[in-house]
Design a protein around this ligand. Structure first.
Ligand SMILES: *[C@@H]1O[C@H](CO)[C@@H](O)[C@H](O)[C@H]1NC(C)=O
Ligand SMILES: *[C@@H]1O[C@H](CO)[C@@H](O)[C@H](O)[C@H]1NC(C)=O
Length: 191
């Protein structure tokens, strides 16, 4: 009996410290939005992020992203690239985090739904289509708004290099670049 008690107390204490460490790791950085960038496709652009801005003291997302066509998993692909620049610098260097030319719906299901979607309150800070666990295909064309949106980083890596991080998402149709958008964020030590 005592032995069992000890066992359970041991588990609780272990769980507590695992949670503490996890929570500490979660809080080792804060992320502030800096700006958006838009890149036209070549020769045509079917994805637009040129209307996205970071506004206000809270550095929230505001604006719209435009998808001019339905984007399926056969013809459309995305690449996600990440870059880092030292604090106070804009000299971005490529980071080994990202994916190259993966089918679009798969990419949104696997990455977008985990990294960006947790920050969405559908109908409140965005009307971007909700991506369920089984995915959404095709991603329907439309102009989707984002407003007063701050990023929730709970599902992000526990460590990120301090400084500026750029996450760039490029869209392809049949292998051809149809536009890209990037968000630049400032990563600082946690409070
Ligand atoms: C926020 O975005 C909306 C939609 O694009 C726009 O009408 C509004 O003027 C923007 N607000 C600011 C403060 O830029
Ligand atoms: C923006 O969102 C914050 C919470 O994230 C909320 O406290 C605030 O009232 C919102 N502002 C507007 C104008 O909706």
């Amino acid at each position: 009996m005592r032995c069992r008690m000890k066992f359970y107390v041991g588990i609780i204490i272990t769980a507590f410290f695992v949670c503490m460490r996890y929570a500490e790791a979660e809080q080792s950085y804060t992320v502030k939005n800096e700006r958006f960038e838009h890149y036209d496709g070549v020769p045509e652009t079917l994805f637009f992020a040129d209307n996205m801005k970071v506004i206000g003291r809270q550095r929230t997302w505001n604006g719209t992203m435009k998808f001019l066509v339905d984007m399926d998993n056969e013809h459309f692909k995305i690449s996600v690239e990440t870059f880092h620049a030292q604090p106070g610098d804009d000299n971005f260097k490529s980071l080994p985090m990202g994916v190259q030319h993966i089918p679009l719906c798969d990419g949104f299901k696997t990455y977008f739904a985990k990294v960006a979607q947790p920050s969405f309150v559908h109908g409140e800070n965005t009307d971007f289509p909700y991506i369920p666990e089984e995915g959404l295909c095709p991603l329907p064309k439309g102009e989707y708004y984002f407003k007063n949106l701050t990023l929730k980083t709970d599902t992000w890596p526990t460590q990120l290099p301090k400084g500026n991080i750029k996450v760039k998402m490029t869209f392809f149709k049949d292998g051809v670049n149809i536009g890209a958008g990037a968000v630049v964020m400032k990563v600082e030590d946690g409070e």
